[in-house]
Design a binder for this molecule. Sequence first.
Ligand SMILES: *Cc1c(COP(=O)(O)O)cnc(C)c1O
Length: 380
Amino acid sequence: MNEGISTRVIHHGASFAAETGTVMPPIFPTSTFAHGNAGGFDYTRSGNPNFRILDGVLASVEGCAHATVFASGVSAITAVVSQLKQGDLVLCEENLYGCTVRLFEQVFAKFGVKTAWVDFTKPAALEQIQAQKPAMVWLESPTNPLLKVIDLDAICAITQPLEIPVLVDNTFATALVQRPLDLGATLSLTSTTKYINGHSDALGGAVCTNDPEWHQKMVFSQKALGLQPSPFDCWLITRGIKTLPLRLKQQMANAAALADQLAGHAKVNWVRYPHRSDHPQHQVATRQMRAGGAIVTVSFNASQEQTYALCKQLRWFTMAESLGGIESLICHPATMTHAAVSDEVKAKLGIDDGLVRFSVGCEDLADLQADLNQALELLA
Ligand SMILES: *Cc1c(COP(=O)(O)O)cnc(C)c1O
């Protein structure tokens, strides 16, 4: 496969309708298939042409052997964790996505899957792997919302001889920016709801791997647990991914410029952006990530009320959860995603009242910059 990634995402794949000459794949809204068909399909819970087209393009982008699609990122996480058994320990990065934490603590804990939480930017975490010999290591990089960058290469160098599978939630970076499997991870998980689809109009998830056993486990989970996506959502995500390289290019250029603009403001305590030289893991970030991504996190020297008002004052950044779409969004964790979290835990996570996370979109940079400037006047 010598073609570039933009060519592959645009031209990838079978349409399963060769005789029609269709340029875009059709949607296959069928629950069942006639027995003995050439595609080997039987029932949509265990496979559908639209799943297979999306599996193929995702594996191509990730540069791996297998991808399995699910109904959402959380479905993909469920598929993986359901392969563990009672008594297994998962050594988790302490800043995992909130829904992942909830799933471990409020669902899988009841079935005896144990978790330990560590800061994987600290050398002590590497010793924990050796000391605890967990059944799995669960990472995310960059993390939400503080954009901690974890050295995947260093961790996989320890887990590989111990044959401990490593999962990396690659949603924030995407395979265009970071390739966990090339760095030694066993599983690369993505919420395709975010950058991959990119238009905030569908939910999906995927698990990529080069390990045939893990691939079989994912195919099994998809049908045994009923975690399959809808053919229509797969079709939308297959359409969305065609512009992923183009979108990300513009989003990342906008994000890098906005990070610099914010860093120069008097009411900003700090800015986190992986490819800025003031990022705490800047060296790892430049080695591991081909670019800085399109999320920028900022701590304003402002009260919760002032920060909330600033978010509401923005015209082009809708205050909303989620990320990765073509439209810019802003999230104020203290009043949104982390509103129910105790002050003590927020302090431990590093989430203060002035913290905001920007998911930078594809709008014209000058408009985003002017919008930020007018809203920042509220803090003057
Ligand atoms: C959104 C997200 C998820 C969950 O994905 P859904 O598609 O919303 O279920 C998991 N991990 C990360 C990092 C995410 O951003």
